[in-house]
Design a protein. Sequence first.
Length: 642
Amino acid sequence: MTHHHHGPAAPTQPGVGRVALVGSPNAGKTTLFNGLTGLRAKTGNYPGVTVARYEGAVETTAGPVVVEDLPGAYSLDPISPDEEIVAAVLDEADSLSGVLLVIDATNLRRGLGLVAQVMQAGLPTAVVLTFVDELVRRGGRVDHEALSRALGVNVIPVVAGERRGVEALREVLADPGSWDEPPFAPPTEPDAVTGWAGSVLKSAHYSQPDPDSRTGRLDSILLHPIWGTVIFFATMYLFFQTIFVVAAPLQGWIEEGFAWLGEIARTNIPIGWLSSFVADALIGGVGGVLVFLPQIALLFVLISLLEGTGYLSRAAYLMDRIMSTAGLEGRAFVALLSSLACAIPGIMATRTLPSAKDRLATMMAAPLMTCSARLPVYVLLVGMLVSPELGWGPFRAQGTIMFGLYLLGAASAMTAAWFFKRVIGRSSVGLPFYMEMPSYRLPKLKTVGISVWDSCKAFLRKVTSIILLTTVVLWTLLNLPVRSTSDLLEAGVDPSDQVAVTAYTLDHSAAAWIGHAVEPVFEPLGFDWRVNVGVLSSLAAREVFVSTLGQIASASDPENPAEALATMTHDSGPHEGEPVFTAPTIAALLIFFVYAMQCMATLGVMRRETGTWKWSLIAFGYLSVAAWLMALLAHTVVGLFV
């Protein structure tokens, strides 16, 4: 292959170069990207693929340069969609002014394979050597200047978190056109690459680091078949305890804040319908969901910490054994684990699975993993079921129930995967499962912060779009048809008694009609028409269930919506006058939400990934039936004890 020198690329905007950041997973690429761009980075999506793309402007002496953080890739012979993207971006050489290649110094031999492939693209390339401090700590060494001469490109050593290396990189980024170029490109044949890598390592006086003794000692415990699994479950258990214990006080403050805002809206907006719309729909409905922001933030802080320390890849390794009982492999666990944030990235992560049958089985199981959208529903219902005081010492019963719900979701996901694997038919020979175990490291607070901020931003975007829209539609249904004074008098309601008018409008609204229409289906589970409306509206997004109940409660008792919800009674039918939220009904609702497929976006993604509506409809059908049957079982069993 001849080596061309590309001049500066066609810039995206005047005076702005564009540099791609390439590296294998765990090479410290994202930490470096955050160090260069800070919070000025923005997230978008690649056209046609849903892997997020991150880019940010870096100020250099020559003006701003756009740096794009590409997904982690071990090689450019793509086996996963992530690697396809990296290969595709490097193919469009005209749009790039250079490539920054991030290589882990403790794993240099393997990194050189990627170096050879990237240098084939013929773009100006510079190598950033990370974890040099760890290499030295573990008794290895590398002469980065000799490495630079051997490769023919600039090599910049960087220690994560040290300003010096990042500043040096800023200087380098100022002018990719002036970077050193190799006299000839590295070889392309695999055998020749191995020989080339060997001679480069020799010229760079590279000596392999000792195995990380600290990591080894920790792994002997954390990867132990018995102790490792016990520690894993204990970690998860504490995880849910913190979600209740730490976030509950914050949640209380936010709740009070919204109640106060609602009060202001009610007293200061003179137009009746507008005051109800602002207080009930906007503040009652949307505020009802925003209350759960502390829990969601905490969930992502904990996940991000587990990932940053290197513990999550150990969890995947431990789960590989359990997954194999369902006929799946550790990579499927990674897909199911990403479903804890949201089933959508989980379903997309099945692209890393080589077998199509495994992909389908994992996709059908992913919606059962407890996603963050269920969190507000669980917190609301568990809070009504068990008092926060109940527990043993520091352990709260609420956190224990929550842990149980997550376990039930995971166990059901495994069962579903096993079932679909059997139905779809035996797959071919299992492929080996490789997973790199990064050394244990202290997570960078900035990286954790940025990842949590991204997740909270996504939650807020959902609250201000889907949830707001559904809330407005619901408010309309709860307040139509409009009642005139003569209608009210005819029905024997005093038009000056605001509470009576609200109650009458609510009970004879379009929403009530819909809720009553589906009553035969949900009556055995103990739901009344208001809960039915919540369940139906939650098809748009699970959190809408909370905002629906919030709206109905703030319409029936603006002073104290939480109290109104807890003391809500059946207003008609055989159970008239009995409380709606009894223990059997709350249990049935919780279990219903464990199984029900209440997320149209997930069904849409399933359709896009499988190329047909067939599997989306099968998933919706089997999960709806499972939700109803399991909720009935919960209602009956809890009813026997209470």
